[in-house]
Design a protein around this ligand. Structure first.
Ligand SMILES: Nc1ncnc2c1ncn2[C@@H]1O[C@H](COP(=O)(O)OP(=O)(O)O)[C@@H](O)[C@H]1O
Ligand SMILES: CC(C)(COP(=O)(O)O)[C@@H](O)C(=O)NCCC(=O)O
Ligand SMILES: [K+]
Length: 256
């Protein structure tokens, strides 16, 4: 039994693996600077998971860590049973040294599960596209501010724009007559158009490629894509646990 911990820029993503199966997943907040690893096992690990699962996890349960937040990595590295997964451990070809480990793992997990070529779209804190060709070689990708970040920066960096709800259940009017809806319109329609354009460009290069979507805003993105571009949406695979599948591929080699 081992724990997968993916540290993203918004939160911690946990997965509990037993044998080959991912038994449970849950999210928690980042560790605050004043917390030490000794405060940890009880409160943090068991936060938002059932008592039954919590009881299976102990301080000695190995934690495999993939982080894109260096100061969080530092805090977790003081834990005696944490092992950090590094880019060099991922067999993907043509990676560049500063590639995010989350992007590499998600792409590797997706390719191993559904085959290469593969494009992964991660609608997380940042919204990223990461693709590999049929030789399991990184073609490259793109990074833009994620949906939540776009809403937040707009309100934080302007004098009178409000913080608007990110969860847009139904699509706003594209041409809006109020501020809140105008912000929602601007962000959601350009994000969806951007995603559509990146997918079209990828399919030009790799017409047979599968595309997998993950991240905190993935469900929202797919819901709206279904409405606006159904022919694209029906060809997307939604897999929130993609990074964990990538970690499983790497960790099972280590544990064997
Ligand atoms: N319960 C939640 N907590 C935080 N963010 C959430 C939640 N539900 C949806 N989101 C959305 O998910 C985004 C973060 O995606 P996520 O994949 O969790 O981030 P990361 O892996 O970068 O930490 C936020 O910007 C927000 O728009
Ligand atoms: C692009 C990211 C910020 C995405 O992080 P996330 O939204 O998942 O928290 C992260 O993968 C990262 O820091 N990457 C390093 C730069 C790169 O991948 O080229
Ligand atoms: K991520």
């Amino acid at each position: 039994m081992w724990l997968a911990l993916e540290i993203g820029n918004s939160r911690l993503h946990w997965g509990l693996f037993r044998d080959k199966s991912l038994d449970y997943t849950w999210d928690t907040d980042h560790l605050s600077e004043c917390q030490t690893i000794n405060d940890l096992p009880a409160e943090l690990l068991h936060f938002s998971i059932s008592r039954e699962v919590g009881e299976k996890i102990s301080f000695h349960t190995p934690i495999f860590l993939a982080s894109v937040v260096p100061h969080q990595t530092k805090l977790w590295q003081t834990h005696p049973h944490v092992r950090v997964i590094a880019l060099e451990q991922i067999p993907l070809l043509n990676m560049y040294p500063t590639l995010g480990i989350d992007r590499a793992l998600a792409l590797w997990g997706a390719g191993k599960t559904w085959g290469f070529p593969m494009l992964v779209i991660d609608a997380g804190t940042a919204l990223t596209f990461t693709g590999a060709d049929g030789h399991q070689s990184l073609v490259g990708g793109a990074i833009m501010p994620g949906i939540g970040l776009q809403f937040t920066t707009l309100s934080e960096k302007t004098g009178q724009l409000p913080q608007v709800k990110t969860e847009i259940m139904s699509l706003p009017r594209r041409f809006s007559l109020n501020t809140q809806e105008a912000i929602q319109s601007g962000i959601i329609y350009t994000v969806l158009a951007g995603i559509k354009d990146f997918i079209a460009a990828w399919w030009q290069l790799f017409p047979e490629s599968k595309i997998v979507l993950k991240g905190g805003d993935a469900i929202l993105v797919v819901r709206h894509l279904r409405f606006l571009f159904p022919e694209i949406a029906e060809n997307l695979i939604l897999e929130p646990n993609l990074t964990f599948w990538g970690m499983w591929e790497i960790v099972s080699l280590i544990l064997d």
